[in-house]
Write a protein that binds this ligand. Sequence first.
Ligand SMILES: Nc1ncnc2c1ncn2[C@@H]1O[C@H](COP(=O)(O)OP(=O)(O)O)[C@@H](O)[C@H]1O
Ligand SMILES: [Mg+2]
Length: 376
Amino acid sequence: MARISRSAATCYGVGMTPPAPSPQDLLETLKQVKYPGFSRDIVSFGLIKDIQVGAAGVTVELATTSAKQHAIDEIQTEVERVLAEATGLPVNVTVHESRPSGPTPGAADGPRGRRPIDGVQHIVAIASGKGGVGKSTVAVNVACALAATGHRVGLLDADVYGPSVPTMLGLDGQPAVRQDRRIVPIEAFGLKAISMGMFLSDRAPVIWRGPMVTKLITEFFRNVEWDELDYLILDLPPGTGDAQLTVAQQVPLAGGVIVTTPQDVALLDVKRGITMFQQVETPVLGVVENMSYHLCSGCGHRAEIFGHGGGQSMAQQLGVPFLGEIALVPEIRARGDRGEPIVVGAPDDPHSRPFFDLAGAIDAQVTERAAGVVTH
Ligand SMILES: Nc1ncnc2c1ncn2[C@@H]1O[C@H](COP(=O)(O)OP(=O)(O)O)[C@@H](O)[C@H]1O
Ligand SMILES: [Mg+2]
């Protein structure tokens, strides 16, 4: 049985069966298969662990570091298709799960005493230069989109000044606290959530002093029973100052996303966000422009009230990915207010699409980085 090594070239005449292609040839063929969501192919990603060609057909072993079942399924189907087409032989693809050794590269006890959270693979922080730009809307919808696409997801509302996650997820219960003082997160739409809002009986604004906030966040990081999570989405308090930094530096972050609006396309704000993530050695996964334009629900007219394209050119200027734009539509706010995020209540609505795309882009980048493909 041939393995990955080029077989000797042979001549064959009319009527003779052509020789089986070599595994090396098939490796070349597999370069047509792109990793879902990327322009790079699965071979350059290092996903092909073994190829064997024998009388019974072709056997391919894929090594994945991804928890994304849908991506694996897609790759598997594509591999089967292109190899069957190229060889005319039966193709058998096996998937060998080789999870990255750590939750996120550099996640082990790192600088500044950052400690991973047991059982949590990747922590992604959502930040913004100021409040009211839709940070929580993005955090909640991305978390739900990740959960809907087969990931185990937690959502931690670290915005102790204006926690809106309970409202947006329609939760009004209080989390149980076990005898060992572990807090049990509340489940909604396939994800686990915890928020300061859940600990406020009347949801009245509370003046939290700095040390209290820090203590509380530490409690959330260390004492919540998340169990096993692929992603923990962190809804950071608005701003990019010391308070946010204190939160962000307690745990190893897989990446940070910065939410902005066209009217807030203050280069400086996003720059500050990037600087904040750099200070905690966290890659910036990209910038999202929310309330980018207004779509008239009646006539479909797209009104670019605050101008357009600022987020994209700004991201380009700052050398970070642009992760897309989300329209200002009453549907998004209304569903947030009634506790049923748009990606859950209306997944097929065109306005849900950018959130799913955003979740996919985050997942792809984090997966790529965890696999060690991206090193910067
Ligand atoms: N794309 C959008 N279209 C319509 N309303 C939005 C959109 N994004 C956010 N909102 C609304 O704007 C308000 C502020 O959003 P929120 O996510 O709470 O912001 P932040 O967390 O940054 O303070 C909320 O009422 C929310 O429903
Ligand atoms: Mg918020």
